[in-house]
Design a protein around this ligand. Structure first.
Ligand SMILES: Nc1ncnc2c1ncn2[C@@H]1O[C@H](COP(=O)(O)OP(=O)(O)O)[C@@H](O)[C@H]1O
Ligand SMILES: [Mg+2]
Length: 228
């Protein structure tokens, strides 16, 4: 059976002086084996959507199901556990803990699940080698370039072999050549049991996804056309 994220009638609103519906009644199925890109102007709700899918934020109304199991947003401990096991998250920057080395940053999420220092450490080293940064294991984030930081962040997001990978403008702080390296890794993460969703301002990378989503006026617009 394919894994899936089903969102139904999701509304996310903020009440300030007036009510803003950032997400206005969105329903969609994200299917495993596919890569999704999300584009849209600043403030269009890309991060809001990704934060809901990360189970970090709570919708004002509507439901999210992961693999046919409905998320109870009241149950923070269970949701933290789902996130730790199933979801890898990469932000634009500041993904890493500054007081820990690259390999420690990568191994920590696995240590929390395995409780086995040596196996987690070995796994972290292997993943970092796979992304070509074996020579940076003991560097601290401040001793890594922006692109290297993001590659380590991907390794960290991957260590628990997540079914869902969410990246919120992962190359927003990088130049084009470094961004290309990051997207090469991200696009290679596609496999039949996994859903990869990334938000980006870069149309070149957005067009590489299997399914392109534009956020417009609180709605998701699915497009098969090239994004120009
Ligand atoms: N905590 C909050 N309180 C009020 N408004 C918010 C809050 N968080 C986000 N918003 C608003 O939600 C909208 C969408 O933000 P966001 O999802 O970050 O957009 P994007 O990632 O597409 O730039 C913005 O207009 C923003 O001002
Ligand atoms: Mg954002």
């Amino acid at each position: 059976m394919n894994n899936q994220i089903k969102i139904r009638n999701i509304i996310k609103k903020y009440e300030k002086n007036k009510t803003i519906k950032v997400l206005n009644d969105i329903s969609f199925n994200f299917e495993s084996g596919k890569i999704y890109s999300i584009v849209g102007p600043s403030g269009s709700g890309k991060s809001t959507l990704l934060n809901l899918l990360s189970l970090i934020d709570t919708p004002s109304s509507g439901t999210i199901e992961i693999n046919n199991s409905r998320i109870n947003f009241e149950n923070k401990i269970i949701n933290d556990n789902i996130r730790a096991k199933k979801i890898g998250i990469i932000h634009q920057d500041k993904n890493l803990l500054s007081d820990f080395s690259a390999v420690e940053n990568v191994y920590l999420p696995n240590l929390l699940l395995s409780n086995d220092h040596f196996s987690s450490m070995n796994l972290a080293k292997k993943i970092i080698k796979n992304i070509g940064l074996a020579s940076r294991l003991n560097h601290f984030p401040s001793e890594l370039s922006g692109g290297e930081n993001q590659r380590i962040a991907i390794a960290r997001a991957l260590i628990n072999n997540p079914e869902i990978i969410l990246a919120d403008e992962p190359t927003g702080s990088l130049d084009f050549d470094n961004a290309k390296q990051i997207f090469k890794i991200l696009l290679n993460l596609k496999n039949k049991n996994r859903i990869v969703i990334f938000a980006t301002h870069n149309r070149y990378f957005a067009n590489m996804a299997d399914c392109k989503i534009k956020m417009i006026s609180g709605k998701m617009k699915i497009t098969n056309e090239r994004i120009n």
